[in-house]
Design a protein around this ligand. Structure first.
Ligand code: MF3
Ligand code: CO
Ligand code: CO
Length: 274
């Protein structure tokens, strides 16, 4: 795959990987910061009895109040502002009127568009008292994302990111979901390249300064296989084992990596609420 200066490329998928400049990084910093601020604000809200629909409305209202737009809303037929994925739901769960229950684990995936730039990030939230094995899955998934990010630097490849995540996850007896991946982003929600969370030597893409993408590993306690429910969105583990995911939007710098969606309040790993 070839690379192109993002400032001269059209704002659509071109088959080339966009290399972004300082203006894009400034835009991503702002969009990422607002996205992280919203994920922070959700921490005290995620409690037993709260519906995912109420969380969705909170996120929509937050976006409107901050001159931002929730990218999922009406994206390819998705009807809500965020994805809420509970327990064995891997990703793309649709907010509804069902209350969260004590012991649930839920991923909330927020993408805010600010001045045309997309901040895309998700975290795992613990609802009340969560079983130890579920907390361990969340911890392993968080660490897997950190290891993936640590592999990002010019000259490394997307394969190195996948190897870092898969090696760690499997050593911790968790499996890596194959059907969904990270993605380039910027003024587009989903752009080239795909960021696979497992080894893929023959399709590795070299990382160059100016690339902007997400890393968003999904790990399961059981087998890696998923299926999508009849609603066309909700992805669940086939064996109904628990699944967890964390996501950051990052940019490749001259020397390493910049995380655009880091929590301003140290809440990247939301603590159990007591
Ligand atoms: N935020 C998700 C991602 O990380 C995409 C959600 S697509 C939607 O790429 F349509 F479900 F919102
Ligand atoms: Co994403
Ligand atoms: Co996301």
């Amino acid at each position: 795959m070839n690379y192109v200066d993002a400032t001269i490329a059209p704002t659509r998928k071109t088959g080339h990987i966009k290399l972004h400049g300082p203006e894009a990084f400034a835009g991503m910093r702002k969009a990422g910061h607002l996205t992280a601020t919203l994920l922070d604000a959700l921490v005290p809200l995620v409690r037993p009895g709260v519906t995912t629909g109420a969380i969705d409305r909170f996120c929509f209202d937050f976006a409107m109040a901050h001159d931002a737009y929730p990218a999922p809303l009406d994206y390819r037929g998705f009807r809500k502002s965020v994805c809420t994925s509970i327990n064995h739901v891997v990703c793309h769960g649709i907010p509804d009127d069902k209350p969260l229950r004590d012991g649930d684990i839920v991923n909330i995936d927020v993408t805010l568009i600010v001045d045309g730039w997309h901040g895309d990030s998700s975290r795992m939230y613990q609802v009340g008292n969560v079983a130890r094995r579920a907390v361990r899955l969340i911890e392993v998934t968080y660490e897997a994302l950190q290891r993936g990010i640590a592999a990002v630097k010019p000259g490394a490849t997307t394969h190195d990111i996948g190897v870092a995540i898969q090696t760690y996850a499997e050593a911790e007896r968790c499996s890596v979901v194959r059907e969904f991946c990270g993605h380039g982003l910027g003024q587009l929600f989903h752009d080239e390249p795909n960021i696979l969370h497992y080894a893929h030597k023959t399709s590795a893409v070299e990382l160059k300064p100016g690339m902007i993408f997400t890393i968003e590993p999904m790990l399961n306690l059981g087998r890696p296989h998923v299926k999508v429910l009849a609603d066309g969105w909700t992805a669940v583990t086939r064996d109904r084992s628990l699944s967890a995911q964390f996501e950051h939007s990052v940019g490749v710098t001259a020397t390493g990596v910049e995380i655009f969606t880091q929590s301003p309040s140290g809440l990247d790993f939301p603590p159990a609420q007591v």
